[in-house]
Design a protein around this ligand. Structure first.
Ligand SMILES: *Cc1c(COP(=O)(O)O)cnc(C)c1O
Length: 399
C-alpha cells in the first residue's frame, strides 16, 4: 500500500537552510575541505553557569511535567527582562514559554489565523515564516524590500500592502537574513500604521542582543499602550545565550491571544522541557557579560566579512546592523559560465561555491530573494579569511 500524505504536508518544503548545512557536512565527511558560512546559530558553547543550573535542576528533581505555559520562575524572569530592557509591563497571563521561538510563531499562527487570513511577511524573510502561516491555512503576503530602503519596510509600503484579510505583519529586527535593524523612530512609524489599521505586529526580537548600533533595539510593544495592545513579542534564549539545542522561546502579548496559544500548546507539545526552563531562568537572570563579549566579536567578524566580500568583483553587500549574517548581492555574476555551465540564479551560484570553492552559503531564494546569498559569520576569523579567499579565487575563474 502506498501511504498518501496529507495535501497540506505534500506542499510543505523542508527548511532549505538546514538542507545546505547537511550537504556541507556530507562533503566534509567525504574528506572535502569545506568552510561553512551556512550556520544559523552562534559558534560559542552555552555558558557554564547555565549548564550548571540545568544539572542542578535535574538533581533537584525538576524532571516532571510543568504548567503548560512554563514555570512561574521563568515567566517572572521574562517579565523582569522585558521590564528592564524595554520598560514594558507584562503579567504572567501575557507570557507563554514554548519549545523555541519557532514554536512560539507556530502557536501564534494556529491561534490567530482563519483560512485565507493574510500575514504580511517582508522579504527577504526568515525561511520558516511562510510555511508556518501556510500550516495554519493562512496566506503569507510577501512585501518585497531591497537595499534601497536598507531591506526595511517603510510606513507607506506597509500601508499599501494592507488588505481586507490582513491580520498581522512580521517585523524581525535585527533580521535574519539581512541583518537590517529598525531605528526607534522607524518602529514608531510602523506601529502607528499598525494601530490605525488594526493590524497586529509580530515582533521577532530573537537577535535583539546581537546589535551593533550605539542605541538599543526598540520593541514595537514599548512605543505606547495602543502599540502594546496589538504587538506580540517573540524572543528566546537560542541566539543570545548560544542555547539553540535547549529549545526555549517565548511570546509576550495580549492575554486572550496568549491564552489561545497556550491551548494550542496544551493539545500538542505540553510544556517545554523542564530542565531547559530552569537553565533559561539562569540565562535571563544571570550576568550579561558573555552577550557583550559575543556581540563585540561578531562585530569584528562582520567587518572582516563585509570588507572581504565587497572586495570581490561582482559581489556587493550592505553593512548589517545586527544578527550574524551578511546578505550579499551576487546577481552580477549571473550569466557567467563555469566549465560550460551558465550560472543563472542563487541556487546555482551556491552550488558552484560549494562544489568548486568548498564554501557553503545559503541561496537567497530560500529567503524570497534570488539576487542574493546569505553568509553567516558565526565562525572563526581564519575561516572567514580563508572562505573569502576561496570565493574570490573561484569567482575569478568564471567567464
Ligand atoms: C533562530 C531564529 C528564531 C528562533 O529560533 P529557536 O531556536 O526556535 O528559538 C526565530 N526567528 C528567527 C528569525 C531566527 O533566525
Amino acid at each position: 500500500m502506498t501511504i498518501e500524505i496529507s495535501k497540506k504536508i505534500q506542499g510543505l518544503p523542508e527548511s532549505p537552510t538546514l538542507a545546505v548545512t547537511a550537504r556541507a557536512k556530507e562533503l566534509k565527511a567525504e574528506g572535502a575541505d569545506i568552510i561553512s558560512f551556512s550556520a544559523g546559530e552562534p559558534d560559542f558553547d552555552t555558558p557554564k553557569e547555565i549548564k550548571r543550573a540545568a544539572i542542578q535542576a535535574i538533581e533537584a528533581g525538576h524532571t516532571k511535567y510543568t504548567p503548560v505555559g512554563g514555570i512561574n520562575e521563568l515567566k517572572d524572569a521574562i517579565i523582569e527582562k522585558l521590564k528592564i530592557d524595554h520598560n514594558i509591563a507584562y503579567t504572567r497571563e501575557e507570557i507563554l514559554v514554548s519549545c523555541g521561538g519557532k514554536h512560539s510563531f507556530y502557536n501564534l499562527c494556529q491561534a490567530l489565523l482563519n483560512p485565507g487570513d493574510e500575514v504580511i511577511v517582508p522579504s527577504p524573510y526568515w525561511v520558516s515564516y511562510p510555511p508556518m502561516i501556510q500550516l495554519a491555512d493562512g496566506e503569507a503576503k510577501i512585501l518585497t524590500t531591497t537595499e534601497a530602503t536598507g531591506f526595511k519596510v517603510t510606513p507607506k509600503s506597509f500601508k499599501d500592502a494592507i488588505g481586507e484579510r490582513t491580520r498581522a505583519i512580521v517585523i524581525n529586527s535585527p533580521s535574519n537574513p539581512t541583518g537590517a535593524a529598525y531605528t526607534s523612530s522607524e518602529i514608531a512609524e510602523i506601529a502607528k500604521v499598525a494601530v490605525e489599521n488594526e493590524v497586529l505586529i509580530i515582533s521577532d526580537e530573537i537577535y535583539e542582543n546581537i546589535y551593533y548600533g550605539d542605541d538599543k533595539i526598540v520593541s514595537a510593544a514599548s512605543i505606547s499602550e495602543e502599540a502594546k495592545a496589538i504587538t506580540i513579542v517573540l524572543n528566546g534564549v537560542s541566539k543570545a545565550y548560544s542555547m539553540t539545542g535547549w529549545r526555549i522561546g517565548y511570546a509576550a502579548g495580549p492575554k486572550e491571544l496568549i491564552s489561545a496559544m497556550t491551548r494550542v500548546q496544551s493539545q500538542s507539545t505540553s510544556n517545554p522541557a523542564s530542565v531547559s526552563q530552569w537553565a533559561s531562568v539562569e540565562a535571563l537572570k544571570g550576568p550579561k557579560d558573555k552577550i557583550d563579549k559575543m556581540t563585540k566579536l561578531f562585530k569584528s567578524r562582520r567587518d572582516l566579512m563585509v570588507s572581504g566580500l565587497n572586495d570581490i568583483e561582482g559581489i556587493k553587500c550592505l553593512v548589517p546592523d545586527g544578527a550574524f549574517y551578511v546578505f550579499a548581492d551576487v546577481s552580477e555574476l549571473y550569466g557567467k559560465k563555469f566549465e560550460g555551465n551558465t550560472i543563472n540564479n542563487s541556487i546555482e551560484l551556491s552550488k558552484f561555491l560549494l562544489e568548486s570553492a568548498g564554501v557553503a552559503v545559503v541561496p537567497g531564494s530560500a529567503f524570497g530573494d534570488d539576487d542574493h546569498v546569505r553568509l553567516s559569520y558565526a565562525c572563526g576569523d581564519d575561516d572567514i579569511k580563508n572562505g573569502i579567499n576561496k570565493i574570490k579565487e573561484a569567482v575569478s575563474r568564471l567567464s
